[in-house]
Design a protein around this ligand. Structure first.
Ligand SMILES: O=C(O)[C@@H](CO)OP(=O)(O)O
Length: 206
């Protein structure tokens, strides 16, 4: 089996647990997040995919998730490329605020718009559209060509940077992608055709 692209959001982070806007801040995984990453590795090991390369962001929670997965599948020495292009969406001035406190302060609707509209950025931060503008050129230049030449590629990244990738891969519009919530530590396994069409997609949920 080749031309496999696996996308996995990092396991639960300390700031996910505290319900804080995280963005480019760098908390590590919680115990639950570690267990999620280990479980993701077990599921991938059962599929017996041998990866040719892995990509991740420059943030600890994604790198730690990737490391646990690679240990789990017996590929701890796999070539790993870390790039800021795969970082979480920058939440600007919301970074570090509790999401419930932000709703109380700015109103439920405004916070929903900041979190889940396509092109309205939070103050000082990136919209999903802005995130896609940095993630997609990197994906198209670095990651996709390796899949299309027949390699198996693992990407461990973040809720919103992966949304941008999924939007492109699945041809979704801004509204459709925002309705997708990505679970922490759940691998999505795509097999692509030579021209980048999706041949199959499996979400490795229990
Ligand atoms: O806080 C964040 O950086 C992200 C991901 O945890 O949150 P949201 O789901 O609100 O976009």
């Amino acid at each position: 089996m080749n031309r496999i692209l696996v996308l996995v959001r990092h396991g639960q982070s300390e700031w996910n647990l505290k319900n804080l806007f995280t963005g480019w801040k760098d908390p590590d995984l919680t115990e639950k997040g570690v267990a999620e990453a280990v479980a993701a590795g077990e599921k991938l090991r059962d599929l017996r995919i041998r990866f040719d390369v892995a990509y991740t962001s420059v943030l600890t929670r994604a790198q730690h998730t990737l490391r646990l997965i690679l240990d789990g599948i017996g590929q701890a020495d796999l070539e790993t490329i870390r790039d800021q292009a795969l970082n979480e969406r920058d939440y600007g001035e919301l970074t570090g605020l509790n999401k419930d406190d932000a709703r109380a302060r700015f109103g439920e609707e405004q916070v929903h718009i900041w979190r889940r509209s396509f092109d309205v950025p939070p103050p000082g931060g990136e919209s999903l559209k802005d995130t896609a503008t940095r993630v997609l050129p990197y994906f198209e230049a670095e990651i996709l060509p390796r899949v299309l030449k027949g390699e198996n590629v693992l990407v461990a990244a973040h809720g919103n940077s992966l949304r941008a990738l999924i939007m492109e891969l699945e041809g979704l519009n801004g509204e459709e992608i925002l309705a997708r919530e990505l679970d922490t530590g759940i691998p999505i396994v795509y097999r692509l055709s030579e021209d980048g069409e999706i041949v199959s997609k499996d979400v490795l949920k229990d």
